[in-house]
Unconditional design. Sequence first.
Length: 242
Amino acid sequence: MIRPRRRFAVAAAIVIAIAVALGVASGRHRSVALKPRSASQRPPLLLLTSLPLMFNEDFSLKGGGSPALARLRTRYGVVPISVTDPAELSKARLLLMAQPQAQTAENLVVLDDWVRRGGHLVLFADPLLEWPSKRLLGDSLRPPPVFADTGLLAHWGVRIEPPDRRGPAVRNLDGFDVLTVSPGVLSGACAVTESGLAARCRIGSGEAIVIADADLLNVSALGAGARHNLDAVLAELAHLEQ
């Protein structure tokens, strides 16, 4: 009998092979990876996440953070925050939220107002997170298995549905083929990509980009098939800067 992890690896390998073949045949990798900026040119980027991007799950500094954090730091001064309150959001006009813990109703109002006044947000909202965790279910520090939406997306006219099928899937994001894991499907009043992976919403004077998969940030676990994942994330952030 093939173990679940082995089945996932086999499925991922098949998806990666198909993605490479499609990319070669269609020339879909048209986007160019953004170059690093010098330290003096890196604007602040707020980071709010329950995922082990800044630290390991035991909050150890060993390893110096995730590959995703390392790539973000090539173009931004990353500022970790824990809540979307006025004091934290006043530190920058660009925010990346990745499968955050549930925010209070008051802080969601603050976040909505921050965006409407010109804030720019990339929100990874995963309806079926597959990211492995050593923490037990119910642990308040464990990343939520389902995006903790308490009405914010509906307020912005966005709906998110879980996937019909679990497992790895290749999607296009900002011109890059990215490897996702059990991605959700977005719909609604915002500009939604063909696959439903991302929704781009103009909200007042600001903008929010919602992406229905957070597992794509776990590039060290996904392997070679995820080589364009972080290129796509940086491209989305650059889009908001414009």
